[in-house]
Design a protein around this ligand. Structure first.
Ligand code: GLU
Length: 421
């Protein structure tokens, strides 16, 4: 495609990664745009009443990458960074992630360009409901199913579900996932991404012959993914020596008190103020020595500049797109030094349990928590095995291997279905 509406560094990164994998898979030039470019993109203006009486309009987006395997699936991000290019990249990554896990979905992503923490609860509810109302013509339980992402949570999902249901005249739980259990959510969804990250870190430690109770970890980001990962790793005996969010970074070689950090976070909504000790520069934290480094915040934090200086043994990508292609090239040069758990494998626990939530909602049949996690770990185990086997077989990085599996699934589905009309 010579021109498109998608631009920006995050979209460029998704495109560059795809080009690499397409070269590896020897995908014909003429088939590449059909695989890469999103099927649909919607931009909406969401006006709300502010508490001071003003009316303000926020820009919202939804990108549906492909509809070849079933409905599209993906989170909704409320952040000031949100633009159509970023949302499209995240939708594309969701496609490869769902395909690698064997879920019957294409990828989607949505978002609003807003700082959700600058809104009052009433304003946040108004904006969430207005966004879903604007999206009604484009989404549906068999078309596109939303979920949480950065800046959104269970409460926002409950408002989405309620708004959609009020317009339909009946409760339609299966329109979004990541809802509270009291509103048709599944047991285990809230912890799913973090628990999945911890499970895969456990598998990588086993693979490398490192005992969990002698390992250390540093976690960037202390939202839903980072905080649950920290908790689950600590439960496995891993010592958490560093954490940060956008307000503060702490490092303590003797180990941080994860339960204390979680309590502080629940009360204050940020890590700043937790302690006067152990404060360090956030950028410094990524470079400290540890066995496991978990970027669980935003995109493009591991770059060509800091990748040569990483001192971790395992890079577990809890966030989407934390590692740039330049950093990947450095990691590749460093050979076996750093074992990468690529994002589309590492953080897939969230969408896998979202899939379970959707299935349960459609069937009106709810599972025990043990069933949710048993099934989650089975899928992650299979994806982990497939990824490392493919990387070994083709002598490629774990990221390329995971993407090659995902892209091939979508490509063969498109090929067998053919081109309509
Ligand atoms: N936003 C999460 C992700 O990026 C979850 C998506 C979902 O559960 O549909 O994977």
């Amino acid at each position: 495609m010579s021109t498109s509406i998608y631009s920006g560094p995050v979209f460029a990164m998704a495109r560059q990664q795809f080009a690499q994998v397409a070269d590896h898979l020897q995908i014909l030039e003429m088939d590449r745009d059909r695989l890469l470019y999103p099927k649909r993109a919607v931009a909406v203006s969401c006006p709300i009443h502010r508490d001071d009486g003003r009316t303000e309009v926020f820009q919202g987006y939804r990108v549906q990458h492909h509809l070849t395997l079933g409905p599209t699936k993906g989170g909704t991000r409320f952040a000031t960074s949100v633009d159509i290019g970023e949302v499209a990249a995240l939708a594309i990554w969701m496609s490869w992630k769902c395909a690698l896990a064997g879920l019957p979905y294409g990828g989607a992503k949505g978002g609003i360009t807003v700082d959700p923490y600058a809104l009052s609860p009433r304003e946040l509810e108004g904006l969430s409901r207005r966004y879903m109302q604007e999206m009604i013509p484009f989404v549906g339980p068999h078309t596109d199913v939303m979920a949480p992402d950065m800046g959104t949570n269970e409460q926002v999902m409950a408002w989405f579900m309620d708004t959609y249901s009020m317009y339909q005249g009946q409760t339609i739980n299966e329109i979004v996932t990541g809802k509270p259990v009291s509103a048709g959510g599944t047991l285990g969804r809230r912890e799913a991404t973090g628990r999945g990250v911890a499970y895969l870190v456990g598998r990588a430690l086993d693979h490398l012959g490192i005992r969990a109770d002698r390992a250390t970890a540093i976690i960037q980001g202390f939202g839903n993914v980072g905080s649950v990962t920290a908790y689950c790793l600590a439960e496995r005996g891993v010592k958490i020596v560093g954490v940060c969010d956008h307000t503060a970074a702490y490092h303590d070689p003797a180990g941080l008190n994860v339960a204390g950090l979680q309590r502080h976070m629940a009360k204050n909504g940020q890590l700043a103020g937790f302690s006067a000790q152990g404060l360090i520069e956030p950028a410094e934290l990524l470079l400290r020595k540890c066995d496991v480094l978990v970027p669980a915040a935003i995109e493009q934090v591991i770059t060509g500049e800091n990748a040569p200086r990483l001192q971790c043994r395992i890079l577990a990508e809890g966030a989407n797109g934390p590692t740039t292609p330049e950093a990947d090239a450095v990691l590749q040069q460093r050979g076996d030094e750093i074992f990468v758990l690529p994002d589309i494998l590492c953080n897939a626990g969230g969408v896998i349990v979202s899939y379970f939530e959707w299935v349960q909602d459609l069937q009106r049949l709810f599972w025990e928590e043990t069933e949710v996690f048993d099934r989650l770990y089975r899928i992650l185990e299979r994806s982990f095995q497939q990824t490392i086997a493919r990387a070994k077989r083709d002598r490629i990085s774990h990221r390329m291997a995971a993407m090659a599996i995902g892209v091939s699934v979508v490509q063969s589905a498109k090929q067998t279905r053919g081109l309509f009309p």
